[in-house]
Design a protein around this ligand. Structure first.
Ligand code: BGP
Length: 494
């Protein structure tokens, strides 16, 4: 049946992250967070160097590199203009993150930084003034760098205490302004990008030229610490404000991992990949259990968890209120190739049944039905409300001689994915909202580029750091406004 089933209170909006848009990386008291030393989270060379005298890692930026995130798109100073552009599309919600380093610059201070608290208070008030429900990520790869270089980041149990101080501070300050909170953005990517996306650093490195190497012990110790921190966030959030809705946020493109053949090895491999790339966090966050397949891995790598019975009970008792996630594309598992990963999901053998992908150089396959599949798999597994907080397509776009950008590819990508969301709602999936990733051009997470543009709004800023920062609407801007204002029904009109 071709008609809209989007509920009347459906959240329509867009999503960004502090480290990819705000800029002002050292302004008003903020100290570096871990993304500030990287050009994209896929970097193999973060700006870290070992100091023999202090016996610690320290920030050492590469003068040859352009760290676009340091200025971002200057959202820190221009957010009123940008939110007005979002409101111009009829958004009733908007996702961004609080940069932890604006609130506790080094992460271990006793008192918070008032300038940072005030910035986000003004930002959330402006969202509400414009009719947008804030959806706020507590950590979007923005762990204060000092917590890594001084303590080793999430491999150190002390992080749980630093985290508690941070969330109590922001939960108290933004009560009445924020209802939806997301804990750790795509924390399931931590195993592939432990330093940047998880916030772990080996402070006793065997090789002081390799800052990205971590031990199996630190990997799984951080996993356990994060499970405790996530459950603690739900507990404290509900105690401080019963209206708070607290969700996990997982990269979930890998849920749509298809067996490349009906060879049982491929079928098993696809399930195993869903587990090691997504469910190994989703199961504890949503079901309160540490799954047997994780414990098998612990036996195989010789890791012994030090979680106490009290902590295991906390994890069991305080599961999340909803499951938020990113979906960009599907992938395949074949026993003949080794899967790789990027910020959009897994890469492996190309699926011959998908008829197109995004243009060069990223060539992300387009699989709208994979989003319906993902929504249904997550519903069947967790029976929780779901919020799509990232879906979108990055394109290399240049305005024409009249300053226009005709982004038909983006309009068709969004249309086809929303039609599948509509199907999933009819399948019985409880979908809270669709927040498009990057409604305004921002710095790419994976590559640290401006060239990879997601926006309905173009920003005149380029990979080499040049540009006027001027904003302009792309062709898709008015189309998406019509989708939002019609609550999706225009998708089904001839
Ligand atoms: C996810 C991140 C976002 C966003 C997205 C797109 O991993 O949560 O920060 O950037 O990837 O990735 P990219 O910007 O690399 O295209």
């Amino acid at each position: 049946m071709n008609k809209s089933f989007f509920p009347k209170d459906f959240l329509w909006g867009g999503a960004v992250a502090a480290n990819q848009c705000e800029g002002a990386w050292l302004e008003d008291g903020k100290q570096p967070n871990v993304t500030d030393i990287c050009v994209g989270i896929s970097t193999k060379e973060p700006g870290l160097a070992w100091n023999e005298e202090t016996g610690k890692w320290e920030m050492k930026l590469d003068p040859e590199k352009v760290y676009l995130s340091h200025e971002g798109i200057d959202f820190y100073h221009r957010y009123k203009e940008d939110l007005a552009l979002m409101a111009g599309m009829g958004f009733n919600s908007f996702r961004t993150s609080i940069a932890w380093g604006r609130i506790f610059p080094n992460g271990d201070e006793e008192e918070p930084n008032e300038a940072g608290l005030k910035f986000y208070e003004d930002l959330f008030k402006e969202m509400r003034r414009l009719g947008m429900e804030p959806v706020i990520t507590l950590s979007h790869y923005e762990t204060p760098l000092h917590l890594l270089t001084e303590y080793g980041g999430w491999a150190n149990r002390k992080m749980i205490g630093f985290w508690e101080k941070y969330i109590r501070t922001v939960f108290a300050r933004y009560s009445g302004l924020v209802k939806y909170w997301l804990t750790f953005n795509e924390i399931n990517n931590m195993f592939r990008r432990p330093v940047i996306s998880g916030g772990i650093l080996d402070i006793h490195p065997a090789d002081t030229t390799k800052p990205l190497v971590i031990t199996e012990h630190d990997r799984w110790q951080s996993y356990c610490n994060l499970l405790v921190a996530n459950a603690m966030t739900v507990k404290i959030g509900h105690e401080m404000n019963p209206d708070y809705q607290i969700g996990c946020m997982l990269s979930s493109s890998a849920v749509a991992t298809y067996p490349f053949t009906c060879d049982p090895d491929d079928v098993w491999g696809a399930l195993n990949l869903q587990r090691i790339a997504n469910f190994y966090y989703g199961d504890p966050f949503c079901l309160g259990i540490i799954p047997g397949y994780v414990k098998r891995t612990w036996r195989e790598v010789g890791y012994e968890s030090d979680l106490t019975d009290e902590e295991l009970q906390l994890i069991k008792d305080y599961t999340v209120d909803f499951f938020s996630f990113s979906y960009y594309r599907s992938g395949t598992f074949s026993k003949e190739v080794k899967n790789a990963f990027d910020t959009g999901g897994i890469t492996g053998k190309e699926n011959p049944y998908l008829d197109h992908c995004s243009p060069e150089p990223w060539k992300w396959p387009v699989d709208p039905k994979g989003l319906r599949y993902t929504l249904n798999v997550l519903t069947d597994r967790y029976h929780l409300p779901l919020m799509i907080v990232e879906n979108g397509i990055g394109l290399d776009e240049t305005p024409d001689e009249n300053g226009k950008i005709f982004d038909d590819f983006r309009r068709e990508y969004v249309r086809d994915h929303l039609i599948q969301v509509n199907e999933a709602i009819q399948d019985g999936c409880e979908v809270l909202g669709y927040l498009y990733w990057g409604p305004i051009d921002i710095v790419s997470a994976g590559t640290g580029e401006m060239k990879k543009r997601y926006g309905f709004v173009y920003v005149d800023r380029h990979n080499d750091g040049t540009g006027t920062m001027a904003r302009s609407k792309k062709e898709s801007y008015d189309w998406f406004r019509e989708v939002v204002e019609s609550n999706g029904s225009c998708l089904f009109e001839d």
